[in-house]
Design a protein around this ligand. Structure first.
Ligand SMILES: NC(=O)c1ccc[n+]([C@@H]2O[C@H](COP(=O)([O-])OP(=O)(O)OC[C@H]3O[C@@H](n4cnc5c(N)ncnc54)[C@H](OP(=O)(O)O)[C@@H]3O)[C@@H](O)[C@H]2O)c1
Length: 256
């Protein structure tokens, strides 16, 4: 599999492990995030010689800048993964922090998705993996805006997949929808998991296998597949109670 892959959010967690998986397949990588030391560490560890782009890609300007820096690289696969969460009662969470999250989780994801998709469609090849979440399937009290942001990622990806299918395009787009994964996500959100989590190594391997197959919605783990199916038949009021319970318990374990 000799492909060129651009991965956002590659300095830790799921993005870093996706980089390791593609590197093990002999792919050429472009890795990006804000923490230069982390990217340098990863770059030394990988067998290939990745191009490292250090920077904040938040918002459409950040995304457009990254696109301009990479559009002539003949990228085959975009992994649109950078994101973070904000925990707390919606009426009291910090507005600016939440708007920053919306800029990264929605605006950046949307902009990179559209710009690379246009190129891939015109060329007639390419794959895009947008990191959504199980959060995209349900209302999420105490992580309300994060859940809503991931519903956006999931629905946008599914809709674009439908358009590509109707157009008979060979380009595929996928939404990765993990449940809890052991990464730095919780540290950034200032909470601890209240439920069992998967390793990011497992999630990354599964995501890449399914992406290569062109699967539109990728859900790692049997339990999460069952929960995703259940969320389609259970009333939203019930799933909101369940997620509220999980999220409140996360907050109770808050350390800072
Ligand atoms: N962990 C979970 O339970 C879970 C579950 C479902 C979905 N997800 C999603 O998975 C994705 C990856 O998260 P993770 O769990 O791997 O968490 P993580 O370990 O905190 O990784 C987040 C990545 O995003 C990068 N990032 C954050 N803000 C950025 C910015 N403004 N500009 C550029 N890069 C930025 C971070 O790098 P720098 O800090 O170096 O910039 C880091 O590489 C996110 O979209 C998250 O919502 C996570």
């Amino acid at each position: 599999m000799a492909k060129k892959v651009l991965i956002t959010g590659a300095s830790s967690g799921i993005g870093r492990d996706i980089a390791r998986v593609f590197d093990s397949y002999g792919c050429e990588l472009i890795i990006t995030a804000r923490r230069e030391d982390r990217l340098a560490e990863l770059s030394h560890e990988l067998k290939g010689n990745p191009r490292v782009i250090v920077g904040d890609i938040s918002g459409s300007d950040g995304a457009k800048e990254l696109y301009e820096m990479t559009k002539d690289e003949n990228i085959d696969i975009l992994v649109n993964n950078a994101g973070f969460g904000v925990w707390g009662d919606f009426s009291s969470t910090d507005l600016d922090r939440e708007l920053d999250m919306i800029r990264l989780n929605i605006e950046t994801m949307h902009t990179l998705f559209k710009l690379f998709l246009r190129d891939f469609k015109a060329r007639g090849s390419g794959k895009i993996l947008n990191t959504a979440s199980m959060a995209g399937f349900a209302p999420g009290p105490y992580m309300a805006a994060y859940y809503a942001s991931k519903a956006y990622v999931l629905r946008l990806t599914q809709s674009a997949a439908g358009e590509l299918k109707e157009a008979g395009s060979p380009v595929t787009v996928s939404a990765l929808c993990p449940g809890p994964v052991e990464t730095e996500f919780n540290t950034v959100a200032g909470v601890h998991f209240a439920t069992p989590s998967l390793s990011s190594e497992y999630v990354a391997k599964y995501a890449v296998t399914q992406l290569v197959k062109g699967k539109t919605v990728i859900i790692p783990g049997t339990m999460m597949k069952v929960l995703a199916a259940a969320s389609k038949v259970l009333p939203d009021s019930f799933t909101a109670e369940v997620t509220s319970n999980i999220q409140r318990r996360k907050g109770n374990k808050k350390e800072r």
